[in-house]
Write a protein that binds this ligand. Structure first.
Ligand code: A3P
Length: 307
């Protein structure tokens, strides 16, 4: 695979030179002018940082652990992906129906909305309204390994692991890169009381603690009994088996589209912190260290690489 595989048909957008499909330009104004509601709850992340995990946590906190509905209705319908149609671009078909319209037409509040947009690319009204934003991040090494798997399983990427890592480190690995710019766009806003910043590593280390923090932020109290029940529901093994969240159907559709034979359970790959150690050579680790230091030289933000 060459850089072309990612850059052909892609554009770079301000303010971090982010990589998007060219088609994104068609949607940019609509995304920016989208009407936010005070009650909205936005789950934001760079892909592969624990978005699905956080969506399921937030939905259940807000809906008082309604596990029956959570297991019946797919997460993609309960917490729709805001800019999805701008990412699939010209391929907008019935399958990827207009995602903005879908979010706009939700009648019940609060809406819980997933987005991978960086802070600066969110709709203009995000800070004017009382909407709440929960951002989840993860260390870039585990994220990159997980993103490689994602591109193989869901996007038909045929290149090598080494090439993929090279693209990630040159910040042109579609979509939403540069990774650290994305994280800092939210980290630099954490002084706002309507932004809650959590990490995948904290969820691995102390899921109960993160559940309590998020429920306090959302002003949606949970009992200690609820915390234990939700921890069980959100465990990796339980989510991997749960068809409403494990994206097995989606992987199967992608398999058909790309003529490949990926494991339908492959979206829920390992669910670990530090898994990058099994994939990185010492040389690659050095490259990541240099790249991370370059990006973080003016920031107090620190990633957690092992638990
Ligand atoms: P791995 O590929 O490292 O296993 P996203 O939802 O942002 O795309 O993130 C997907 C990553 O989160 C995958 O990481 C997936 O396995 C992991 N994940 C999903 N649910 C999880 C859970 N309940 N516990 C731990 N990791 C989880």
């Amino acid at each position: 695979a060459s850089q072309k595989e990612f850059t052909n048909g892609f554009i770079r957008l301000h303010p971090y030179n982010q990589v998007f499909p060219r088609e994104f330009l068609r949607f940019e104004k609509r995304l920016k002018n989208f009407e936010i509601r005070d009650q909205d709850i936005w789950v934001a992340s760079f892909p592969k940082c624990g978005t699905t995990w956080t969506q399921e946590m937030v939905w259940n906190i807000v809906h008082k652990l309604d596990f029956d509905t959570a297991k019946k209705v797919t997460l993609d319908d309960r917490v729709p992906y805001f800019e999805l149609s701008s990412i699939v671009g010209e391929a907008v078909t019935d399958e990827f129906e207009d995602s903005l319209k879908k979010v706009k037409e939700i009648t019940v509040d609060p809406r819980i909305i997933k987005t991978h947009l960086s802070f600066d690319m969110l709709p203009n009204q995000i800070m004017e309204k009382q909407a709440k934003v929960i951002y989840v991040t993860r260390n870039p090494r585990d994220t990159a390994v997980s993103y490689y798997n994602h591109w193989k399983v869901l996007e038909g990427y045929k290149g090598s692991f080494e090439d993929f890592m090279e693209l990630f480190l040159t910040d042109v690995c579609g979509y939403y890169t540069p990774f650290v710019g994305h994280v800092l766009s939210y980290w630099n806003q954490i002084h706002h009381s309507n932004i809650c910043f959590i990490t995948y590593e904290d969820m691995k280390k102390d899921l109960g603690g993160v559940i309590r923090k998020v429920s306090k932020f959302l002003e949606s109290p949970v009992s200690e009994e609820d915390v234990s029940a939700l921890e069980k529901h959100l465990s990796f093994d339980s989510m991997k088996k749960n068809k409403a969240v494990n994206k097995a159907d989606f992987v199967e559709r992608c398999n058909k589209a790309f003529g490949v034979d990926s494991d339908p359970q492959g979206f829920m790959r390992k669910g670990q912190t530090g898994n990058w150690r099994l994939h990185f050579t010492p040389e690659l680790e050095e490259k990541f260290i240099d790249w991370e230091q370059k990006w973080l030289k003016d920031s107090d933000f620190k990633f957690v690489y092992d638990l």
